[in-house]
Design a protein around this ligand. Structure first.
Ligand SMILES: NC(=O)c1ccc[n+]([C@@H]2O[C@H](COP(=O)([O-])OP(=O)(O)OC[C@H]3O[C@@H](n4cnc5c(N)ncnc54)[C@H](O)[C@@H]3O)[C@@H](O)[C@H]2O)c1
Length: 265
């Protein structure tokens, strides 16, 4: 990749679920590429520690405690981002929750929680981001909304149908957002990212509840996709950074699959 690719110099980004995992690495990459980044999460201690680390090289990161299912939290987070760093250029709707369960045994409370974080959270984030981004001039770089879907938003699964339902919803909400904002004349792009299994605390939970032995887990990680390993958060963060940056200026309503080839077969 040439010098200057995927730069986001001076841009203002908000990354939800930014305390750890894919969101934490995305915040790190955005700061490294020149952005000012607000990381939001429920996990205050982890988020503040990451912000402090990122700020060692300059005051470009801020952590805010934020529940993506709360409308008033979104109002506050977007207002605080604008106040601290300026108008919002980039939103990464990354916060998400996963749960294992067959349909017959899934409790309505569990269903509601998955929908609240994975669907309502993305809806609310998009709602407040559009408000903050819509007055951007037509000749400026587009604002960019990046939504974390999953391979589970592309193909089905025997162990997490409700999660797949939410991630499929994120996929089409992304496309509708892309169309709607253009219909209204806003200079905003919106794309989804579809990671395959990626090393993170969420993935640790998935494997811990799988009934596989450590040896079986190792073999599973090597055979699950074409490239013989699980993704690392940086694999996904690089794709998010690309979609956030102006190097993806001609992409909107698209779905970027970053899965080691999992959905190719
Ligand atoms: N890791 C994978 O294999 C994988 C694969 C495909 C898609 N994804 C998606 O990528 C995104 C990030 O996943 P990850 O693996 O880094 O997970 P993770 O659990 O490690 O991180 C998710 C973060 O979201 C935060 N969060 C959860 N509920 C929240 C809420 N209500 N408000 C604010 N923050 C909240 C958590 O505290 C956590 O820090 C998720 O949307 C996930 O569904 C992950």
């Amino acid at each position: 990749m040439g010098i200057g690719m995927n730069r986001v110099d001076g841009k203002v980004a908000l990354v939800t679920g930014g305390a750890r995992g894919i969101g934490g690495e995305t915040a790190r990459q955005l700061v490294a590429a020149g952005a000012k980044v607000v990381m939001t999460d429920l996990l205050q201690a982890e988020g503040e520690a990451l912000a402090a680390e990122l700020n060692e090289a300059g005051a470009n990161a801020l952590f805010l405690t934020h529940d993506v299912t709360s409308e008033s939290d979104w109002e506050r987070a977007v207002a605080e981002t604008t106040r601290q760093f300026g108008p919002l250029d980039i939103l990464v709707n990354n916060a998400g929750v996963w749960s294992r369960g067959i349909i017959e045994e899934t409790l309505v409370d569990e269903f509601d929680k998955l929908c609240a974080v994975n669907l309502k959270g993305v809806f609310l984030g998009t709602k407040y981001a559009i408000g903050a981004m819509k007055s951007r001039p037509a000749d400026a770089d587009s604002a960019s909304i990046v939504n974390l879907s999953s391979t589970a938003g592309l193909v089905g699964s025997a162990t997490s149908a409700v999660y797949s339902m939410t991630k499929g919803g994120v996929r089409l909400f992304t496309k509708s957002t892309a169309i709607e904002v253009r219909a209204r004349g806003y200079n905003i792009r919106c794309n989804s990212v579809h990671p395959g299994a990626t090393e993170s605390p969420m993935q640790d939970d998935i494997l811990a509840t799988s009934n596989m032995s450590p040896d079986e887990i190792k073999a599973f990680k090597q055979t699950r996709n074409l490239l013989g390993r699980y993704g690392e958060p940086i694999d996904i963060a690089k794709a998010i950074l690309f979609l956030a940056s102006n190097d993806s200026a001609f992409m909107t309503g698209s779905e970027m699959v970053v899965d080691g080839g999992y959905t190719a077969r």
